[in-house]
Write a protein that binds this ligand. Structure first.
Ligand code: ADP
Ligand code: MG
Length: 397
């Protein structure tokens, strides 16, 4: 089921009774979640992720705009008529019920044409508990299970009604690191097996990048960029996006453009033909540095950490926006650990230039332009329909 948001805006009255200021939680969102895909809504706390999810679920009404499931306008439809499954951060299971009763519960409340026989209900419970690998725990109470298992019960409960769309709001936040990793792989597997269109909310960039087919990066209720995780990482449209994605984070330098050249301090880093003179930020990913005694950028060497295949170098630079510059380079790199300075060349595809005032990307000659969302969906759809024949052949072989 394709999910489409058209110019969705949500304005809340202020929570502070003394002020009349409104909060624009979600500002003019337009994007399409392609059928059967897992999309990650990503952004810092308060950027409007949950509000977006609740509007898709029907728990909240948009102030303006429309929401479509497939070709159906569901904007005015109550949540129970939308065919959604919802999973929240805290699993909210019924503590006095067994796992089986918890999963059964949503089915027992179905009315009218949707009503199922006892046998049908038990079949469904069997099916989803297999899917989330909880068959052997059906008689336990939630308190007798780990956080990860409880979250799987919550997922089973959301899936048991066979929703058209699965909505997950920070479902892994209450789990410890190991379980978080495991459960996110589990969610990805379940999503692939069921093919249910899924919207996954998180503030954790690594989590979003690792499980999503597509991410929507948001800031203060405004969409910043939409695309495949790798595409967004490789081609951020602004400083915020470049900083939000990636661990270790991108290195940011103060720079300037003069007479068609990009400078950091006194050093010329690259050509910037046809760009007018201005102050800029230069973002360089840690993996974008190449150690070279004749390199263009000179940093003050602090320390070197060997990480097996790679070496992580900590240095600093007077124009760096952060106290340290971190690079990750090949372990074969010629590094003189006793030297005071280290020189780098920069990989062009790992360096992004941003206007200092607007923080928007300045594209240099040779830079690839990022996809716009609609182009993205259209292009992917046409690629998918072309390659679907090949992929069925692959599946059969
Ligand atoms: P996120 O899930 O990304 O952390 P939310 O969608 O919960 O963000 O909130 C977005 C903004 O809307 C925040 O500024 C939040 O304080 C505000 N907000 C959310 N719900 C309400 C509400 N019911 N009343 C007033 N303001 C709200
Ligand atoms: Mg939230």
């Amino acid at each position: 089921m394709k999910v489409e948001l058209q110019n969705i805006t949500k304005i809340f009255p202020s929570r502070n009774k003394k002020s009349n200021e409104m909060v624009v939680a979600v500002n003019d969102f337009t994007f399409t979640v392609p059928d059967g895909k897992l999309i990650g809504l990503l952004g810092p706390s308060g950027c409007g992720k949950s509000t977006t999810l609740y509007m898709i679920s029907g728990l909240q009404k948009p102030t303006s705009g429309k929401i479509f499931f497939g070709e159906d306008d569901v904007t005015e439809l109550p949540p129970e008529k939308r065919g959604i499954g919802l999973v929240f951060q805290n699993y909210a299971l019924y503590p006095h019920m067994t796992v089986k009763q918890n999963i059964l519960f949503p089915l027992q409340n179905l009315k009218g044409v949707d009503k199922l026989s006892k046998e049908q209900m038990l079949d469904r419970v069997d099916e989803v508990s297999k899917l989330v690998q909880l068959e052997q725990y059906l008689d336990r109470k939630p308190s007798e299970m780990s956080g990860g298992q409880q979250q799987r019960v919550a997922i089973a409960r959301a899936l048991v009604k066979m929703p058209r769309v699965l909505l997950l709001d920070e479902p892994l936040s209450n789990l410890d690191a190991r379980l978080r990793l495991q459960t996110r792989e589990e969610i990805r597997r379940i999503q692939r097996e069921t093919g249910i269109t899924t919207i996954f909310v998180t503030h954790d960039q690594e989590e979003a990048m690792s499980i999503s087919d597509m991410i929507v990066v948001m800031k203060l209720g405004v969409i910043q960029q939409v695309g495949e995780p790798q595409e967004v990482y490789d081609n951020p449209v602004n400083l915020f996006v470049s900083k939000f994605l990636g661990t270790p984070p991108i290195n940011v330098f103060n720079g300037h453009i003069r007479s068609g050249k990009l400078y950091i301090g006194e050093e010329v880093i690259a050509d910037a033909k046809d760009v007018s003179d201005k102050e800029v930020y230069v973002g360089i990913r840690p993996e974008g540095f190449i150690v070279d005694p004749n390199g263009k950028l000179t940093c003050n060497l602090e320390s070197r950490e060997v990480m097996g295949r790679d070496v992580s170098i900590v240095s600093n630079h007077p124009e760096s926006a952060n106290p340290i510059v971190r690079s990750i380079v090949d372990s074969e790199s010629p590094i003189d650990v006793d030297a005071q300075t280290i020189k780098y060349n920069i990989k062009k595809t790992k360096m992004f230039v941003f206007d200092k005032e607007t923080e928007e990307r300045i594209f240099l000659e040779g830079d690839k332009l990022p996809y716009h969302l609609t182009q993205y969906v259209q292009e992917k759809e046409s690629v998918n329909s072309k390659s679907s024949e090949e992929s069925t052949q692959e599946e059969n072989s």
